[in-house]
Design a protein around this ligand. Structure first.
Ligand code: PEP
Length: 256
């Protein structure tokens, strides 16, 4: 059987300045032992403006904490005012980048084609994309959520080889559970995370699908993480609000 190292990724969204970022990182590192940080991969996803601060703290103190960005440009360089390329993120030591978060899809009109271009751009820069899929409440009410997420997945991965897809992380984030305090049940999380893996096996093969980490995201907290992580196809969590509290996020990383 394949063992997939659990991944806990904290999406800070548009929160925390340079000082607050430093403070949170120090507290987080102090709350977790070397063994815990080896067993579970702990990653923070700060705003672009905090990346240098995080890089300095992680490199300077040799923290076993990974980091990445919340978005990137689909383009490599050029006249794209306000955009940040994968190469720029790589230069700052980013290992991860979130792609297709529901907030980007909703507020910045990112469609599947753009999400696919960003996934490809991230891989081209040697950065692991965390590709987000998830349904809104209307789709869930009509019980179309599994097909919806599988279709977003297929579109997001278009053109990728099996070797490339093993470097991608998928995050299932039901939009109705993000920032609402409404967590999907562990069974809801398993249903779609399992369906994501099934689609990966159809698109590639079972061995490839078994290597890909699939996260759940949506109001994950220290109090509910263990039940969600007990499900066979859930390999970690993408955490928003609860990642802004060092002790809470440390507890999430200590889930086992
Ligand atoms: C998110 O935005 O990725 C997220 C899961 O947020 P929250 O944990 O606050 O619901």
């Amino acid at each position: 059987a394949v063992t997939r190292r659990p991944l806990m990724a904290g999406n800070w969204k548009m929160n925390l300045n340079h000082f607050e970022a430093n403070l949170l990182l120090q507290k987080l590192a102090a709350s977790l032992t070397e063994k815990q940080l080896t067993d579970v991969e702990c990653v923070v996803l700060p705003p672009f403006t905090d990346l240098r601060t995080v890089q300095t703290a992680v490199d300077g103190d040799k923290l076993l904490i990974g980091y990445g960005a919340q978005d990137l440009s689909a383009h490599q360089s050029g006249a794209y005012t306000g955009e940040i390329s994968g190469a720029m993120l790589a230069k700052l030591g980013c290992s991860y980048v979130v792609v297709g978060h529901s907030e980007r899809r909703a507020y910045h009109h990112e469609d599947d084609a753009l999400v696919n271009a960003k996934v490809t751009a991230a891989l081209g820069s040697g950065i692991t994309p965390i590709l987000c899929v998830g349904e809104g409440l209307d789709v869930r009410d009509e019980q179309r959520h599994v097909a919806h997420c599988q279709d977003q997945l297929t579109a997001g991965l278009k053109g990728l080889s099996a070797e490339q897809v093993t470097k991608v992380v998928i995050a299932y984030e039901p939009v109705w559970a993000i920032g609402t305090g409404k967590t999907a049940t562990p069974e809801d999380a398993q249903e779609v995370c399992g369906a994501v893996r099934e689609r990966l096996a159809e698109l590639y093969d079972q061995a490839t699908a078994d290597q890909v980490r699939v996260l759940y995201g949506g109001s994950v907290k220290a109090s509910n993480v263990a039940a969600i992580m007990a499900k066979p196809d859930v390999d970690g969590a993408l955490v928003g609000g609860a990642s802004l509290d060092a002790e809470e996020f440390a507890q999430i990383c200590r889930f086992p």
